[in-house]
Design a protein around this ligand. Sequence first.
Ligand code: GLU
Length: 650
Amino acid sequence: MSGDSERRGDRTDESRRGDRSGESRYGGRSDESTDERAAGGAPRTKRRGFLKGSAAALGGGALIGGRARGAPGGASFDAGGADGTGVGGTSTARGRNGMVSTVHPLSTEIGADVLEAGGNAVDAAVAVQFALNVVQPHSSGIGGGGFMLVYAAEEDELYAIDNREEAPLGADPEMFLGDDGEPVPFRGRHTNGKAVGVPGTLRCCDVALKRFGTMELGELIDPSIDLADGCRRVAVDEPLAEAIADNVEAGELGETAREVFAPGGDPLEAGDPLVQPDLADTFRLIRSEGIEPFYRGEIAADIAETVQNAEGYRDEGGSMTVDDLARYNVEVTIPERATYDGAAGELTVRTMSLPSSGGLTIGQILGLLEPFDLADEGRRSVETYHAMIEAFRLAFADRGEYLGDDAFVDVPWQGYLDGEYLDERRSLVDPDETAETPVEAGDPWAYQPGEPYRVGAAGSPGDDGRNVHNRGQTTHFTVADGEGNLVSWTTTIEQLFGSGIMVPGRGFMLNNELTDFDAEPGGPNEVQPGKRPLSSTSPTVVFRDGEPYLTVGSPGGPTIITTVSQVLLGVAEFGMSLDAAVAEPRLYADAESDVLYEETLPEGIRRALEERGHGLSEESSIGSVQALEVTDDGYFGVGDYRRDSAVEGL
Ligand code: GLU
């Protein structure tokens, strides 16, 4: 296991201090080849040969006009069949020339249409993003942001586009404190203008297309104009109907949004037509004028005015100005790198780096667990679940203490994944008993080479009124094309319907992403002007022998990290098929929470965990994964059964 070694270009081999040969409490041995693998990186390789093949030769997935569609998910735990239903009711499809896996049939179809018309994975992903804005307006859209990974096959290089929302220059560290100086509870602070970050999604679409795409933004937005203005019928689906009902009942939808989603006060129900003429007009404007109106023109002016006038708990709106919008840019960065050696061979896991905590935290979790050789214990053994929970707790303790936007805070990213440091942390895992909570952070600075300049003291994130129950639930999707290009994109407006604020006359929701900052000042993730809040989103691309192997990602706030880790462990440690790994019952734990578990977790495991001192709490579902595997025969696409999934192979 190792961390990113190339991001800042100043790693020394000594910094890896790689002798991890100590016996683990579980009897496993640390991996001695860590340094070698870390130093080696992914060798450049030739492109895959299968991609030029014909869809007619496919097995698995229902073939429809040369396109193979996954069946809608169910919830049984049978083995998967060849009819588009995978293990546990996951949706699956196979394709030699492309793959699209999203949460909605229309966004998947639009992405597949783009691929079929000759567009590449990035073109298709941009079209998918616009479609998702229409069909799942509560989950993502141009009023939000996210993190996009692009594997560019021709260059054999993986890029990350950080399109995270940003705090306006008028933001201040105390803006989420009430008059009593205490953090305003999460429910009180996410539906007002102060919660809204400068949106990044549209600029990401533009930059991604200019850098990697082959088609024009205007062409790719067209199908979504038809969806938004009702030319092509969109029916409200169950997840949207539920989100509307919940948000209306909780009073968390602003007036403009209520007019669209609960006209006359009646929440739209599943099956009702969803028509969004204002959104269609906004998309038309973008089609004819590009992204300028959004970041510098009339839409920017409307966004700023809406945010400033959206009153909240202090009877004042947010500070966002047109200058904040004009200043916004995405950043093209290099994802974190971690390795894992298990049943699936030596894998290199590339996941989003700061300001998402996903990469470093997943890196720690995998690094803590790898030497336990959990495959010997079995995927559904109590030893495996216990070890995972303890690793989650340790990793989340460090996350809360050290991680924040590294443009603003100095983060011990080398010490964080240092082999000796992980050995030290791993030695805290008692195989028979859970750790006392809250689990304390370690000291990765002690393993950091050189004498880093430290910015401030890392304070406690404190009780800011936010807990795992306040996690966002947005969306992740993945696309592959016949040239081997891959996209893994987690895109969000934070909570369902974001801040609840829709820009009047423009038809899109504004995010509440700034609530991902700690409400209490003093820590690495405090609010600062121009800073990006710490995220958990973890779009992931895994490489095997230097070649792309998997993409994985999920919504779910902090549970994203544990969800992606569990899917990766299923494949990497236990040699499971991707659909089986996605279907496995999930857990979540952080430094202080109860263990959240899905009801599919076997009863005997629950009892055994309780005997080890774990407090347990049932959740209806955790995360919703869209993933794909690059196999010798083509792509194998997977969509989670936990929400709707639509998977289509070409
Ligand atoms: N706000 C969340 C994060 O960045 C993402 C929303 C989600 O949970 O899907 O961690």
